[in-house]
Design a binder for this molecule. Structure first.
Ligand code: PLP
Length: 303
């Protein structure tokens, strides 16, 4: 099996040898920022936009990575390039960044640093099998009982690794339907996001998505909005309630690995005709064209 490399705080090491301290603030405090991007046909997609988002997250989280964003892009491309060696042409990789505040010490001030930032860049294989079936049938979207952390506590635009809240929310959804995908509402009952994706609906020909007051500024969300503009599909960032999802004509999630995941049922009720809708299909086709990879076929081939 080909060796996979990880960049870890200045070094390229074989994945099995990558280690961080038990005193790392990621371990002791869950104090770390993250970003996930991917390759399409072995080319990193919008890597500068992802790194730019991560640097905004780092600034807001008061973590100094000790490295410029241009250098971050450079090392990211270098480690990804190494890991692409030997990969089959129809396969792709994740590009996962984790940056913590470095080693810390338990005591009165959790921001105390006993080392520079811990920077990890890894390239897990992009396994799409879990989502592959949803492109044709759509998934069942279900609201969790747990609500999103309000921006007054932690701004959703800070893409962070403290995933306990969203992991529990998704687990609640799976109790309702083991195949369902979660829709997390905010504390006011507005639609926020999925544990790892943004939410869109099509209503009366218009493409609607929540504003980033309660969700991550997803790069896939941005891509869909750009593609919609190119296709002359009107778009609007707004507040959405569950009612809007029940009465939508189409619905889908967006996220880096699967790009777009249609949802054809919401809390047991058909969305529109209960089938993957025409605007969803047009956007997905436009995305495939943009990256020169048939997104649906790539996922299906892995099944
Ligand atoms: C909470 C959350 N919302 C939305 C997204 C989608 O973001 P992107 O499109 O940049 O992958 C993610 C991605 O992991 C996420 O974790």
């Amino acid at each position: 099996m080909t060796k996979r490399y990880v960049y870890i705080s200045g070094e390229f090491v074989v994945e099995e040898d990558a280690k961080i301290s038990v005193n790392d603030s990621a371990v002791l405090l869950g104090y770390s920022v993250t970003d996930s991007s991917r390759t399409f046909a072995h080319r990193p997609f919008k890597i500068e936009r992802h790194v730019d988002r991560m640097y905004k997250s780092l600034k807001a989280a008061r973590i100094d990575p000790g490295m410029s964003s241009a250098e971050m892009v450079r090392v990211t491309c270098e480690v990804t390039e190494r890991n692409l060696e030997g990969l089959e042409s129809h396969q792709d990789l994740w590009i996962v960044h984790t940056v913590s505040n470095g080693q810390t010490r338990l005591g009165p001030d959790p921001s105390v640093r006993e080392s520079g930032a811990t920077i990890i860049i890894s390239n897990p294989f992009l396994d799409l099998r879990g989502w592959a079936g949803y492109y044709s049938t759509g998934c069942h979207a279900v609201t969790s009982t747990s609500r999103a952390i309000p921006a007054q506590s932690l701004d959703a635009r800070i893409k962070n690794r403290s995933r306990m809240a969203y992991t529990l929310a998704e687990a609640e959804v799976k109790l309702v339907d083991s195949n369902a995908q979660g829709v997390i509402l905010d504390v006011n009952g507005f639609v926020a996001e999925n544990k790892g994706g943004n939410i869109f609906i099509v209503s009366e020909g218009e493409l609607l998505t929540p504003t980033t007051v309660n969700c991550l500024a997803g790069i896939s969300r941005e891509t869909v909005l750009e593609l919609a503009t190119k296709l002359s599909i009107p778009t609007r960032e707004t507040t959405l309630l569950p009612y809007d999802l029940y009465t939508a004509d189409e619905m889908f999630f967006t996220s880096t690995p699967y790009c777009m995941m249609p949802a054809t049922r919401f809390n047991g009720i058909d969305v529109g005709a209960g089938e993957v809708g025409p605007i969803t299909k047009r956007l997905l086709a436009a995305w495939s064209e943009l990256v020169d990879v048939d997104i649906v076929q790539q996922a299906r081939e892995q099944r």
